[in-house]
Ligand binder design. Structure first.
Ligand code: ZN
Length: 258
């Protein structure tokens, strides 16, 4: 009996050490990557403060781009969840921490001055680091251009980062993210100048592009916030949340780019 127990124990131990036997000779075609989105942020803090907050505070991101030099720090493995998005939604997906890679950039955001709100620019070195990092992430994870987004796109009621000085257009010129064609926008704008679209139209088109927005048919507070987030990304010269022909034209052109 004792001998039997000993061999059983040995057998169990052997089982534990090697794990279950798994046959991996069949692989399903029906799968995709965990990472569907890349979310861009500014840290609203200095580099030291940012590193401290993102490694020891209550938030984190996969990457942090420093200030001088623009070092790319990896703080969380891409296969694991980082806590950067919070309550968020894009294209019907909610709580995007599970399905995104978060990139924070050291930048102080803005200062409110007697002359209005002044936004801090990103440096050329930060741009270069960011572009190289994004190209690599997009290629490895096969991310759609319209899914390269800002924190303000996925949480337009509570977030402003990465702000109006974030280089969306320049990145798009390098093949990163989505940007509308200027001539196509000018053509659509003429149409909307004569025929301004309704609140229901904006709500439908913004939802189609990816924004979380209730279809109320009214220009309510939420709709103005979402329009402002859209303008900050695609028409940063003016992002007052007021609907206008150029905003409508940009939205129309972007939704035609499928
Ligand atoms: Zn953020």
């Amino acid at each position: 009996m004792k001998l039997l127990l000993t061999s059983l124990t040995l057998l169990l131990l052997a089982g534990c050490a090697s794990g279950p036997r798994i046959d991996r000779s069949h692989s399903s075609v029906n799968q995709d990557g965990r990472v569907q989105f890349v979310v861009l942020h500014y840290t609203n803090a200095s580099q030291d403060q940012s590193l401290d907050l993102l490694t020891k505070g209550e938030v984190s991101s996969h990457y942090l781009i420093g200030s001088e030099p623009a070092t790319i720090f990896q703080l969380v493995d891409e296969n694991r969840r980082a806590w950067h998005a919070g309550e968020s939604e894009w294209q019907g997906r909610t709580w995007l921490n599970s399905s995104s890679i978060g990139i924070e950039i050291v930048n102080k955001g803005y200062d409110d001055t007697p002359n209005g709100r002044l936004w801090y620019p990103y440096s050329e070195a930060q741009y270069q680091s960011l572009a190289a990092l994004l190209k690599d992430i997009i290629k490895r994870n096969n991310i759609e251009p319209r899914n390269i987004i800002g924190h303000s796109d996925i949480a337009p009621l509570r977030k402003l980062d990465p702000g109006p000085l974030f280089p969306w257009k320049r990145l798009a010129q390098e093949g990163i993210g989505i940007w509308p064609n200027d001539q196509a926008v000018a053509r659509q704008k003429m149409r909307f100048d004569f025929n301004p679209p309704s609140a229901a139209w904006y709500q439908q088109q913004l939802a189609r592009f990816g924004y979380a927005i209730a279809q109320t048919g009214e220009f309510d507070v939420t709709t103005h916030h979402v329009i402002a987030a859209f303008q900050m990304h695609f028409r940063p010269e003016r992002f007052d949340g007021q609907p206008d022909a150029q905003t409508a034209a940009i939205l129309q052109v972007l939704n035609g780019m499928r």
